[in-house]
Design a protein around this ligand. Structure first.
Ligand code: ASP
Length: 335
């Protein structure tokens, strides 16, 4: 029998109304009692919960470290891990775990739901049951089929660091616009084996992370002359238009020069969720060529920001940061 760990972090899936009538996380044991389907699975489940169940909008790098360390402790004794997580920052957590737990050979499947577990029409039961089924899948050699961090939601298994939350009210809450789904669940589970991530690294835990990143979203009318450049920005993610485009204005160029003078690494990441940043495509973006700038290519914004935090935490030189950021560390960017 496969042994799968279940880590409960909170989120709508395990919430109920508190005395103020607002949805708040409940105890893990109470949440699990409401999932009788778990008892029907031919799987041994080891349950663990974080120090405090949270709404995932309260997520911090400190909790990512707690989660990664919990997963690392469980790894030797289980065949896979299912994490129950709020949907709001699930994609960020998936990215963080995919970078912190290098060289995975077992699955970490993150899931949650749009309606709490005890509510009529909840999507929690299908999500949890299928997440466990994917976590327990083995090939003919007995190896785990999934060997990466994935998000399971509404019949689709997505690479965690390629996914983002696309809807706050539809059951189909997650999308992976630049990479196909890894698998789907219908009458049968169907896995696209050729898309699965296989790491060449040896397994190891590396939880170093820094939050010295800034984000600026461009919009028509943004006054760059008034825009501050914070001294603690070691990386600035510039959310550009379309294929990585920006205005030609003098104030924008001056802003970029101020950022560069601050010794901040600048990353061009598009506001478009689908497609890639293509530098130099349009003449209008020539200001961007006046400074050294990294290109997030087809990474999700979530992935670009968490990857920056992780690479900063690892203390790379600017040159190494540039090199590592451009590489695919765990399948987050197309080669
Ligand atoms: N606010 C909730 C959370 O992310 C939403 C959810 O779980 O769907 O924890």
């Amino acid at each position: 029998m496969r042994k799968i760990a279940l880590i409960y972090t909170g989120g709508t899936i395990g919430m109920r109304q508190n005395e103020k009538g607002k949805l708040a996380p409940m105890d893990f044991e109470l949440a699990v009692e409401k999932i009788p389907a778990l008892g029907l699975l031919p799987i041994e489940i080891k349950t663990v919960s974080l120090k405090k169940a949270i709404d995932s909008s309260e997520m911090t790098p400190k909790v990512w470290i707690e989660l990664a360390e919990a997963a690392d402790r469980l790894m030797p004794e289980v065949d896979g891990i299912v994490i129950l997580h709020g949907t709001d920052t699930m994609a960020y957590t998936a990215c963080a775990l995919s970078f912190m737990l290098k060289g995975l050979t077992k699955p970490i499947i993150i899931t949650g739901s749009q309606l709490p577990i005890g509510v009529l029409r909840t999507d929690a039961v299908e999500n949890i049951v299928s997440a466990f089924e994917f976590a327990a899948l083995t090939d003919k050699n007995g190896d785990c089929v999934i060997q990466e961090v994935a998000i399971y939601f509404e019949y689709e298994l997505l690479r965690g660091n390629r996914a983002y939350k696309r809807s706050s009210n539809e059951f189909n809450a997650f999308s992976s616009p630049n990479f196909p789904s890894l698998a789907s669940s219908g009458v049968r589970l169907s896995v696209k084996k050729e898309l699965l991530w296989r790491s060449k690294e040896n397994y190891c835990l590396d939880t170093r992370i820094s939050n010295n990143v800034g984000v600026v979203t461009l919009y028509p009318g943004l006054d760059f002359s008034e825009l501050p450049v914070l001294t603690n920005w070691k990386v600035l993610l510039l959310r550009t238009f379309g294929a990585g485009n920006a205005p030609k204005s003098y104030d924008f160029l001056k802003f970029l020069k101020r950022v560069e003078k601050n010794r901040t690494i600048i990353i061009n990441t598009s506001q478009c969720v689908s497609g890639s940043v293509i530098p130099g495509l349009y003449d209008s973006s020539s200001a961007l060529e006046e400074v050294k700038m990294l290109n997030a290519r087809d990474m999700t914004f979530e992935s670009a920001v968490v990857k920056s935090m992780v690479l900063l935490g690892r203390g790379h030189s600017v040159l190494d940061f540039h090199e590592k950021f451009s590489l695919s560390l765990s399948g987050e960017v197309s080669e």
